[in-house]
Design a protein around this ligand. Structure first.
Ligand SMILES: CC(C)(COP(=O)(O)OP(=O)(O)OC[C@H]1O[C@@H](n2cnc3c(N)ncnc32)[C@H](O)[C@@H]1OP(=O)(O)O)[C@@H](O)C(=O)NCCC(=O)NCCS
Length: 145
């Protein structure tokens, strides 16, 4: 199991995971634009291939976690936490002091993971997510020391 920066070869695996895990999946174009503007993208690779990815945007001393997902067949086995911890460590190395994110208020497993890694609930952004029904976002942040 290793974490490494993603390359263009990983795009199809990332798109597959995204389509299975996100109610409103990022499009291929969104992933390409994200790369173009310099977001950091990392993947978790197992023997069978890429099973998780994370994307963040550091603007020191802050950074925003834009996306993190584990393939459904590999969820609940500690991979999400492992990847999140590595992302936090990478941000710390970059000099980030505050890592922020938005999460659907209904996404209890993600919120539990973030809280157990020290993220605090900061605010609610009403109707942030579009879709069949709109949903509020919970804004969370982690102070990195
Ligand atoms: C959120 C996500 C990344 C977690 O990854 P994961 O590999 O399944 O999580 P882990 O096995 O590392 O578990 C980490 C913690 O998450 C929480 N968690 C994970 N699955 C859970 C579940 N089914 N119910 C409740 N809490 C859960 C727990 O707090 C868990 O810690 P614990 O095992 O000590 O109780 C993954 O479920 C996912 O990809 N979800 C879809 C995409 C998504 O929602 N991304 C976040 C967007 S902000």
């Amino acid at each position: 199991m290793k974490i490494r920066p993603s390359s263009s070869d990983d795009l199809s695996a990332i798109l597959k995971i995204e389509s299975l895990t996100n109610q409103i999946p990022w499009t291929k174009q969104q992933f390409l634009s994200s790369e173009e503007v310099g977001h950091y993208s990392v993947v978790l690779e197992a023997v069978e291939g890429v099973i998780a990815f994370a994307i963040y945007s550091p603007i020191i001393p802050e950074s925003h976690l834009l996306n993190i997902a584990v393939a459904p067949s590999h969820q609940g086995q500690g991979h999400g936490r492992y990847l999140l911890q590595k992302v936090i460590l990478q941000n710390k190395t970059l000099g980030v002091q505050s890592l922020t994110l938005e999460v659907r208020v209904s996404n209890r497993s993600a919120i539990a993971m973030y809280e157990s890694e020290g993220f605090l609930k900061d605010a609610i952004r009403p109707n942030y997510y579009s879709g069949k029904t709109r949903e509020d976002a919970l804004l969370m942040s982690l102070a990195i020391k």
